[in-house]
Design a protein around this ligand. Structure first.
Ligand SMILES: Nc1ncnc2c1ncn2[C@@H]1O[C@H](COP(=O)(O)OP(=O)(O)OP(=O)(O)O)[C@@H](O)[C@H]1O
Length: 369
């Protein structure tokens, strides 16, 4: 369905010098004899060098599949197809999905690293945290002394006492410390792009907000491109330059964060914004999105959002909308986006205000736990 506007062929890629990672017609499916489940559907997305891109959507919308596809890390028996073109800053573009196993291992961590949710299970409980860093450095033939120096610096950047953390077993650290150590591990080989899948899940609000604030500093210091996948729109809104909104395994809207929050064009994005809890009036303002998100094995015909959409008509029931321009840098996959602003009013008042009240002032740092 939704197709982000993009250059027609690979030779045009560098016409836009900003693009560092380009997802083209990416599909993920889990097929059995009985059914074919497409959990990522022809997604096209260009990630720009140095940007923080937030990927948001309800649970089960395909965000993790998109993140995994970017690193050819979809778990078996899932099948990924399409192209993921990585443009190294000083090299030849490569299609991540066509790399050999060895080439892929080399690319991951060194060029594009993946920080997943669930630091609890990411570390081996029998090893101290420092061993994980050393093991990773050795596996990539990196200089261990230099790498451990960088590890210490990264841990300090994340407001962790480096030596204590490196000498601790995972169970000796709090959830927030472990998650930050995992982020440091993801950065130890100096990647250009970091794809993060719910990196703050299961942490309390203040720790989530602190980590986001630390990521902002890390991005600047290490010149990183960040792809931050989350169901938590207000959390990522503070970090992201642009937001990509997913519904039913595809993108439905893409644009600058402020523009999306204040002027979302897709009725689903508007409903998602209205579902953001307002901390000062929590009981009153939670506006759930009516209906349920579709099952990948039985997607509605036409626009997959039409059964839940107040603007849906026959066109939407029959046709799958392509992405179309809302503004120079803002696209949406909706036939009726021009009416959405009136038909689906935003309830948030000042969204920045809501976001601030939800998460406090976001000051990073302080104690190590
Ligand atoms: N191993 C699997 N086999 C079959 N289907 C799967 C598998 N893993 C995930 N799915 C399905 O793929 C779809 C997309 O899942 P995905 O994890 O990408 O969603 P998500 O948006 O990241 O959700 P969440 O925020 O809950 O993590 C869901 O319908 C899910 O049920």
């Amino acid at each position: 369905m939704a197709t982000e506007h993009r250059p027609a062929n690979a030779d045009d890629d560098r016409a836009d010098e900003e693009v560092i990672l380009e997802v083209r017609d990416a599909n993920v499916s889990f097929s059995t004899d009985e059914e074919d489940s497409r959990v990522l559907r022809d997604v096209n997305l260009s990630v720009r060098a140095g940007e923080a891109l937030g990927v948001v959507g309800e649970s089960g919308s395909g965000k993790s599949m998109l993140a995994s596809a970017m690193l050819d890390a979809v778990v078996s028996p899932g099948q990924v197809s399409g192209e993921v073109i990585y443009h190294p800053p000083d090299g030849t573009p490569v299609d991540v999905l066509s790399l050999s196993r060895e080439e892929l291992m080399d690319l991951r961590w060194n060029e594009i690293s993946f920080v997943i949710q669930g630091a609890q299970s990411a570390f081996n409980p029998t090893m101290v945290v420092g061993d994980h860093f050393e093991e990773t450095l050795r596996a990539h033939d990196a200089d261990v002394d230099e790498g451990m120096e960088r590890a210490r610096e990264l841990l300090a950047d994340l407001y962790l006492p480096a030596d204590q953390v490196l000498n601790s077993h995972p169970h000796e650290l709090s959830g927030g410390m472990k998650q930050r150590a995992l982020i440091a591990l993801g950065l130890v080989l100096d990647p250009n792009v970091v794809v993060m899948d719910e990196p703050t899940a299961a942490l309390d609000l203040l720790m989530q907000r602190s980590i986001v604030s630390m990521l902002e500093s890390l991005r600047e210091k290490y010149d990183l491109t960040l792809v931050f996948v989350t169901h938590d729109l207000p959390l990522v809104a503070d970090l992201a330059d642009r937001l990509a909104v997913m519904y039913a395994f595809d993108l439905v809207e893409l644009g600058p964060t402020d523009e999306l929050i204040e002027n979302a064009a897709h009725p689903y994005t508007r409903a998602l914004l209205n579902a953001v809890p307002n901390i000062s009036d929590r009981a009153m303002d939670i506006e759930g999105i009516e209906g349920t998100s579709p099952n990948p094995a039985s997607l509605p015909a036409g626009c997959s959002f039409h059964p839940r959409c107040p603007l849906a008509d026959e066109t939407c029931e029959r046709n799958d909308p392509e992405m179309r321009d809302v503004d120079a840098d803002h696209e949406t996959a909706c036939f009726h986006w021009q009416d959405a602003r009136e038909e689906v009013p935003l309830m948030l008042g000042d969204p920045e205000d809501t976001i601030d009240r939800e998460y406090g002032d976001g000051t990073a740092g302080g104690g190590s736990r």
